[in-house]
Design a protein around this ligand. Structure first.
Ligand code: 8X3
Length: 260
């Protein structure tokens, strides 16, 4: 097992949900330096206080970053304080779905927001940080959060599903390109998780989101955090290349077992 002590881990979309849970799971097991990036900096400041007081030796750098604004990514990473500049692990978690509209009714602003965040932002983050890995003798871990929706489509999911399929293809290409290094490229494909994902997808309509998950027991962010900790603490020659993580009721993103 590789220790996380002293490793610098960059997590995008870290203020809530899965990103926040990943930060917790890492803090539990190692004295890591965590760069926690999100649009809502106040939430990250709170998380810093929580994590640093609970887990001795963990250091948190809150970072205001909207990955969909790709022009800001390079300069943000170039101006990290020295203590956090030498990144060892990148967890590309920021992502969202907006709406479940059929193609004929797509809102193009929402479409661009989803593609810019889930795909372009992830690519720009990866490009910026993999350059640090190459300078660092070809070492480092990249964990891309894709989705079961990148494997199976559903009506109304054209943009989200294609964004996650793009993440999966980008990830496998990157794994091939780095095969002669000790850079590990991992893809995690979760099914339904108990976060505000469904509410965001429903444009804030919690009742509509609750109808989707009614009677179902989704995964938790902690489940995904534990899986990622497993991947990034393996010995160097072990690559958790792709893992699909589903709750027991879910066979793919549409075929779900409901008791009632
Ligand atoms: C979202 C997965 O199953 O909730 O990434 O559509 S699901």
């Amino acid at each position: 097992m590789t220790s996380l002590d002293g490793r610098t881990v960059f997590i995008t979309g870290a203020s809530t949900g899965v990103g926040k849970a990943i930060a917790y799971e890492i803090a539990k097991v190692g004295k890591a330096n965590l760069i926690l990036a999100a649009r809502r900096i106040a939430l990250i400041e709170e998380l810093k206080t929580e994590l640093e007081s609970k887990y001795e030796g963990v250091k948190v750098l809150p970072l205001k970053l909207d990955v969909s604004k790709v022009e800001e990514i390079e300069s943000t990473i170039a101006s990290l304080p020295e203590e956090f500049a030498n990144i060892d692990v990148l967890i590309n978690n920021a992502g969202l779905a907006l709406g479940v509209d059929y193609v004929r009714n797509l809102d193009m602003q929402d479409t661009m927001k989803v593609i810019n965040t889930n795909v372009i932002g992830l690519i720009a983050m990866t490009k910026a940080i993999i350059r640090i890995f190459y300078k660092n003798d070809g070492h480092g871990d990249i964990v891309n959060i894709s989705s079961i929706a990148g494997q199976d489509s559903y009506p109304g999911g054209s943009i989200y599903c294609c964004s996650k399929a793009a993440v999966s293809m980008f990830t496998s290409t990157l794994r091939q390109e780095t095969i002669d290094t000790r850079i590990r490229v991992m893809e995690i494909d979760p099914g339904m998780i108990d976060t505000d994902f469904l509410t965001v997808r429903a444009h804030g309509d919690k009742a509509a989101a609750d109808r989707v998950s009614r009677g179902l027991e989704p995964l938790t962010g902690q489940d995904i955090g534990e899986l990622i900790v497993f991947g990034i603490t393996r010995r160097e020659n072990f690559v958790l290349s792709q893992a699909t993580a589903l709750p027991s009721f879910q066979a793919d993103c549409t075929y779900m077992y409901r008791k009632e």
